[in-house]
Ligand binder design. Structure first.
Ligand code: PLP
Length: 351
């Protein structure tokens, strides 16, 4: 049996495994000099809110939160009416990876649709709404999509516009799970203009804006479109347990992120690392890797090679039925990490 080389210093398991960017640690330290009132009545939260409105080019409601799951719950709580359901794909984080939190906390039905590429199609909205008006069915109220999707694919701006247009036509609202929205923006032009076009200008009603996977410390936010302001969002923020008392530390990180768009640079670095990993592993044909759109690759790996590689440097199984795994890069993945990981891949595949 061939022995494995030294494993990479950083993991390819998830961008959640990465460290915090020093600039965010500095921003937290910078918010630490004084006392500030809690629950968002502080100057950092005010600056962060203003910065998000400038980014969105809209007078959005900004609700800073602890986590991505909580952001999704809060966004859905704001958009949903009673007896409504949420339409999402079979891959959506809200349906698969939130331990039933939407069902338990919101008492909502999630209606999942089949999606080989992780994307929801406008035609699936049209099929779902044929129960509108029937008292025997939950009423389709919100369409929730992820950008990028859980399979690392991206909706084009036109596709998001089409989803919003179709949903709105039937009185439905649109939520975007943007746990990795930065990676989508980085991949689609890396500008604020792209962010605006794929979100509120396209007709999105609420966005979960992720920071944690993009180098921040437990920092997320929900942005709500101006037309849904006043939907008692501030009460729901607390009620679904996502109101941080020391909100200034979350807000201060976003102030830093949005100041010079560090959030886009770190996501660009993660995406670029994924491209490099792809270039260096595509020659291993058995992996059947597609070019990554963002910072995740989804190779096919069989045991015993897969198990050996996972034991050496852990990564997650993705679609077990297809023997598909996920490798994910982060803002701080280095060329040396990539080379080390590729060395490990080559070793297990050679056996
Ligand atoms: C697409 C997506 N949405 C939301 C989340 C929220 O995650 P958490 O609650 O772990 O912060 C994740 C985390 O993996 C995710 O991948």
């Amino acid at each position: 049996m061939v022995s494995m080389p030294e494993p990479p210093q950083r993991l390819f398991a998830s961008d959640n495994a990465s460290g915090i960017h020093p600039q965010y640690l500095e921003a937290i330290a910078g918010a630490n000099a004084t006392h500030e009132l809690a629950y968002g009545v502080d100057r950092f939260t005010q600056s962060g809110t203003n910065a998000f409105c400038a980014l969105a080019d809209a007078d959005v409601d900004v609700l800073f939160t602890f986590g991505g799951t909580g952001s999704n719950i809060l966004a859905l709580a704001i958009l949903l009416e009673r007896a409504e359901s949420v339409l999402c794909t079979e891959w959506s984080h809200i349906a698969v990876d939130e331990t039933g939190a939407p069902e338990r906390i919101l008492g909502v039905k999630l209606q999942t649709v089949v999606s080989p590429d992780g994307k929801l199609q406008p035609a699936q909205i049209v099929s779902a709404v044929n129960v509108l008006g029937s008292i025997h069915h939950t009423q389709p109220g919100v369409v929730s999509i992820s950008q990028p999707t859980e399979l690392g694919t991206l909706y084009s701006i036109a596709e998001i516009q089409a989803i919003c247009q179709t949903a709105h036509q039937y009185g439905m609202r649109v939520h975007v799970d943007g746990a990795r929205i930065a990676n989508a923006v980085a991949a689609m032009g890396a500008t604020r203009d792209v962010f605006q076009k794929m979100t509120f200008a396209a007709g999105v009603d609420a966005l979960s804006f992720g920071g944690t996977k993009n180098a921040m410390l437990n920092a997320e936010a929900v942005l709500v479109a101006p037309q849904y302001r006043g939907r008692r969002a501030q009460y729901l923020h607390k009620q679904v347990t996502q109101l941080p008392s020391k909100m200034r530390y979350t807000a201060a990180q976003f102030v830093r992120a949005l100041d010079d768009d560090l959030w886009i640079s770190t996501a660009t670095a993660a995406n670029t690392a994924a491209q490099t990993l792809f270039r260096k592993t595509k020659e291993f044909k058995s992996l059947q890797i597609d070019m990554p759109a963002v910072n995740s690759l989804f190779p096919i790996m069989h045991n015993p090679a897969k198990a050996k590689l996972q034991e050496w440097s852990f990564f997650w199984d993705w679609d077990i039925n297809r023997h598909q795994v996920r490798w994910m890069t982060s803002w701080d993945t280095s060329p040396a990490d990539i080379d080390a990981f590729v060395g490990g891949v080559a070793t297990v595949l050679a056996e």
